[in-house]
Design a protein around this ligand. Structure first.
Ligand SMILES: *Cc1c(COP(=O)(O)O)cnc(C)c1O
Length: 467
C-alpha cells in the first residue's frame, strides 16, 4: 500500500515513511492510494476473533504493508492489553436506552479515546525509528486529551522527544495535572499564552519550514497522522461486532467531533465495507463542521472566535482531518483548489457545486449542542439508566437523539466521566465518583514552561533543548 497527499503534490510513500513525516510536503495529508475492501466472509471471520489485539493485526496489516505481520502482532499485543487498559476487552459497551449503546473507548491510561490510537503509536514510532536508525522529535499541539495521551504513550520511549504545546490555563485541573506531572526527561510541556488553535498554528508553522523540520527531525502525533486514523478504524469494527449479533445488521454511529479524526476513521471503516448506515457528527458551540454539513460552507474561524466550552476537547476553529473527507469526495486537484480558496477568502462554499447535490449519499448527519443541552443530557441519561457520561459524550448523545431510527445507535464515548467530574457534578449533584485517583494525580508535582504565542521563541527552545 502506498500513500499519497490529499493535494496531489507528493510522490507515493510507504506507510512507515508517512507515519514519520506527519504533514505532507505539499501541505496536504497522507491517504492510502486505495481503500481495502473487506468481503463478507472476512467480516464473518473477524467477528469470531477473541482478542482486540488480534483484530487489530488483521486490520493494520492491510494498511501497514511494509511491516512484517509478526512485528505488527508484537506491537499490537504490547499496545492493547490489560496493563495499558483498565479492562481486558480494551473497549466496552453499555446500554443507556432502548437501541442506544455507548461504546466505551476511554479505558486507557489518560481516560480518553485518544489512548486508543496513541498506545499503538507508542509502539510504532520506536519500532520504525529503530529500523531506520533515526530519532524523532514530536512537536504537537493539544487542547488537553491528545497531549496527555501522547505524553503517556511516549514517556521514556527510546529515540523520541516530545514537545507538547497546550493552551495556558485553558485545560481542566485534571487534564493539566495529567500532562504536567510527567517528569520523564524526554517530555517537554510548553504552556502557550493563547488558545488551542494558536498552538496548532505554531506547530504548522514549524512543519511548513521544511529545512527546520528536517534538521530537527520533527514529526507529529496529532490526528493528521494516518497511523492514528488506522488505529481508530479498528474500534469501529470491534465496536460493531460487540453491539450487534450478526453482520446482517446495520448500525448508526454518533461521534463527538473536533478535528474530524474520529469520525473520519468511521468513514474509512464504512468504505471498507463495515455495515454502518448513518454517521452522525456532533459538535459543541464550536460548530464549523455542523455548519458545513448544513449549508455546504466550510469556514474555519479565527482562533479568538473559539468558544471555551464544557466539552473543551472539541473546542476547535478548524478541523484538520476534514481535508481527507473532501479529498475522498472530490480528488486532489479540487482539494488543493479549495484549500487555496480558504487561504485567500477564509472559506469555501460547495452549496452550488454538483458535489453538494449528492450529499444525501454521504449519509452523514450533524448537529451541535449547548452547555445546557449537555447538562440536561447527562442528567437524563443518569436518571434513565444509572450511567454517567462525560460532557463530550453528552454532545453525542444529545445530537444522536434527533436522529434515532430503526438501527442500533452506537454513541462513541470519547472520555470517561471522571475526567470532567467538575462539569458532571453540575448535572448530577451526588454523582457516585471515586476521586482517589484524580486527587492523587492532581497532587503530583508539575513541570512546564510558559511561553508567549511566538514561533521564534519556540524555534529557540527546540534548538536549545533538543539534539
Ligand atoms: C479529541 C477529542 C474529541 C474530538 O475528536 P476528533 O478526532 O478531534 O474529532 C472528542 N472528545 C474528546 C474527549 C476528545 O479528546
Amino acid at each position: 500500500m502506498k500513500y499519497i497527499s490529499t493535494r496531489g503534490g507528493d510522490a507515493p510513500k510507504s506507510f512507515c515513511d508517512v507515519v514519520l513525516e506527519g504533514l505532507c510536503r505539499d501541505g496536504g495529508l497522507a491517504m492510502p492510494e486505495s481503500i481495502p475492501q473487506i468481503p463478507r466472509e472476512t467480516l464473518d471471520q473477524w467477528r469470531k476473533i477473541e482478542r482486540y489485539s488480534d483484530l487489530a493485526v488483521e486490520i493494520a496489516s492491510l494498511y501497514a504493508t511494509d511491516i512484517p505481520r509478526e512485528d505488527l502482532k508484537k506491537m499490537m499485543d504490547r499496545a492493547y492489553n490489560g496493563e495499558n487498559f483498565a479492562v481486558e476487552s480494551i473497549i466496552t459497551t453499555r446500554n443507556i436506552a432502548n437501541n442506544v449503546t455507548i461504546l466505551g473507548l476511554s479505558e486507557g491510561p489518560t481516560f480518553a479515546f485518544k489512548d486508543m490510537a496513541m498506545q499503538f503509536l507508542g509502539q510504532l514510532f520506536p519500532y520504525i525509528l529503530e529500523k531506520q536508525n533515526k530519532t524523532l522529535n514530536i512537536v504537537g499541539a493539544t487542547s488537553g486529551d491528545t497531549g496527555s495521551s501522547a505524553i503517556h504513550a511516549m514517556k521514556g520511549k527510546p529515540r523520541i522527544n516530545v514537545v507538547m504545546l497546550s493552551p495556558y490555563n485553558r485545560m481542566s485541573a485534571f487534564q493539566t495535572a495529567q500532562m504536567y506531572s510527567v517528569q520523564d526527561e524526554n517530555i517537554h510541556n510548553i504552556a502557550i499564552e493563547g488558545v488551542f488553535d494558536d498552538c496548532q498554528d505554531l506547530v504548522k508553522a514549524l512543519n511548513n519550514d521544511i529545512a527546520f523540520k528536517e534538521k530537527h527531525h520533527l514529526g507529529a502525533v496529532n490526528s493528521i497522522n494516518f497511523a492514528r486514523i488506522l488505529a481508530q478504524i479498528i474500534y469501529y469494527f470491534r465496536g460493531y461486532f460487540m453491539a450487534t449479533k450478526s453482520n446482517d445488521e446495520k448500525i448508526d454511529v454518533v461521534v463527538p467531533s473536533g478535528n474530524f479524526g474520529n469520525i473520519f476513521a468511521g468513514i474509512m471503516a464504512r468504505k471498507m465495507g463495515l455495515p454502518i448506515h448513518k454517521l452522525i457528527l456532533a459538535t459543541n458551540e464550536n460548530n464549523v463542521l455542523d455548519q458545513f454539513f448544513k449549508t455546504g460552507i466550510y469556514q474555519p474561524r479565527a482562533s479568538k472566535e473559539v468558544h471555551l466550552t464544557s466539552s473543551p476537547s472539541m473546542d476547535i476553529a478548524k478541523a484538520s482531518n476534514f481535508e481527507r473527507f473532501i479529498y475522498l469526495l472530490a480528488g486532489s486537484d479540487k482539494t488543493k483548489a479549495l484549500w487555496q480558496e480558504i487561504e485567500e477568502k477564509g472559506f469555501f462554499d460547495l452549496s452550488k457545486d454538483p458535489l453538494w447535490a449528492e450529499r444525501a449519499m454521504w449519509n452523514i448527519e450533524s448537529g451541535s449542542s449547548s452547555h445546557a443541552d449537555r447538562i440536561k443530557t447527562i442528567q437524563a441519561v443518569f436518571e434513565n439508566s444509572g450511567e454517567l457520561i462525560d460532557p463530550h459524550t453528552a454532545d453525542g448523545v444529545f445530537v444522536g437523539s434527533h436522529y434515532l431510527d430503526q438501527h442500533i445507535q452506537l454513541c462513541l464515548e470519547t472520555a470517561k466521566p471522571i475526567k470532567f467530574y467538575e462539569t458532571i457534578k453540575q448535572a448530577v449533584k451526588d454523582a457516585p465518583f471515586d476521586l482517589t485517583e484524580v486527587t492523587r494525580i492532581e497532587a503530583l508535582p508539575q513541570k512546564k514552561e510558559v511561553m508567549a504565542n511566538n514561533v521564534t521563541l519556540l524555534r529557540q527552545f527546540i534548538e536549545a533543548v533538543l539534539d
